[in-house]
Design a protein around this ligand. Sequence first.
Ligand SMILES: Cc1cc2nc3c(=O)[nH]c(=O)nc-3n(C[C@H](O)[C@H](O)[C@H](O)COP(=O)(O)OP(=O)(O)OC[C@H]3O[C@@H](n4cnc5c(N)ncnc54)[C@H](O)[C@@H]3O)c2cc1C
Length: 418
Amino acid sequence: MRVNNIPNVRTCIAPLTEDVTVETQDTFASWPKETHNTSATKADACTVDVLIVGGGPAGLEAAVQAAKQNAKVLLVDENQQLGGQLIKQTHKFFGSKQENAGTRGVTIAKELEETVQDHTGIELLLESTVIGFYEDTSSDYFTFAVSKRKGYESSIVKVQAKTVIFAVGAMENMLLFPGNDLPGVYGAGAVQTLMNVYGVKPGNHVLMVGAGNVGLIVSYQLLQAGILVDRVVEAAPIIGGYHVHAAKLRRCGVPIYTRHSIKEIIGSDHVEAAVVVRLDENWQEIPGSEKTIECDTVCLAVGLTPSTRLLSQMGVKMYTIAEAGGFVAIHDDYMQTSVPGVFVAGDNSGIEEASTAMIEGKIAGVAAAIQTGKTSTKQAKELLDIFASELASLRAGPFGEKPRIAKQKIQTFWRKNQ
Ligand SMILES: Cc1cc2nc3c(=O)[nH]c(=O)nc-3n(C[C@H](O)[C@H](O)[C@H](O)COP(=O)(O)OP(=O)(O)OC[C@H]3O[C@@H](n4cnc5c(N)ncnc54)[C@H](O)[C@@H]3O)c2cc1C
């Protein structure tokens, strides 16, 4: 959107102020008619051992571990609050005690945030986005530009880092169908943010698309907020999420239709209804099976894609691995990519869970600190072995099958490239 004449503002993370002018922006931005108050001329600068991009569970754990190994850490996140996806997860986590089972995502985020804030070796930069990597052959450090916001104003910070850990998470997938750009069509993450972070109802009558864990959990949270969930449609022949979540929904009278998808939205300037359709074994629409569902909100919970643009910019070797959610960086057992000193952790290294993101973060944090030479390699390596075996046991169960395959493929590509 264009906010107070400034183009390209991400209004989902920009704070609202009095008398603000917000305009829609179609395709490319045009230059502001008058000069706005972005002070990007004078860059602040800092130099660190480890730059961590992203303050979700992976980035927070990476920061703690790297700092514990005596590295000077800078943790950058674009939001006002640390925690990444966890700040909207009001449900209790599933799995074993080791996976934080029984603890709410928001509580895990709070605990990690407190640990990070108590650590003197970690500097925090919130409401700040790492916007680019700049090659500088005259230096042994990686050079990044960070856009630091204050309201709608921004300034640039130049960060030089010996090593960098990308823990930037993932982006929600969208679906192509007529009307998918109308107000009332949301990604499940946006619905969660509105309800669970800001206490705002996204609508009153919802069609949920996707019966993975995200679709099921968000449907239940919508019901808890007093919103009618008409049904869940799922293109696959089976429900992808945990059956305990599906059973809860069914007990509340919400039907789940597998082999069904959304065909189009009815409405001229907002969602008034949606047409759903049955699919055959080849995922093709069955003519005549269309059904019009009255609703004002369509929520898409159709998976995530790892965020890898900064990694691509740095020339890291990447491959498309379906089980990882798309295009991902290949990396070694210690999360180091094909560019020495560049590490990944969490959803941007393959879509998985907060539990595994945290352990990958720990591994990347220790490994990056070793790379900087700030720690005793023998002792740190023992820690790495402990974290690696925790990670293997987390992925050992039936729900770990997809990430297990994804990581095996990543390792195979890694070995081929050595
Ligand atoms: C509805 C739902 C329920 C879930 N339930 C569970 C569960 O029960 N158990 C479980 O283990 N997992 C669960 N998950 C999954 C879990 O939330 C994610 O796997 C986890 O949050 C990934 O952590 P991350 O640190 O990799 O990324 P994120 O949590 O996405 O954090 C990435 C952070 O990086 C920031 N960022 C991105 N780009 C930049 C940039 N250029 N500059 C600065 N900052 C940037 C982002 O804004 C974000 O804050 C659930 C997810 C959803 C959506």
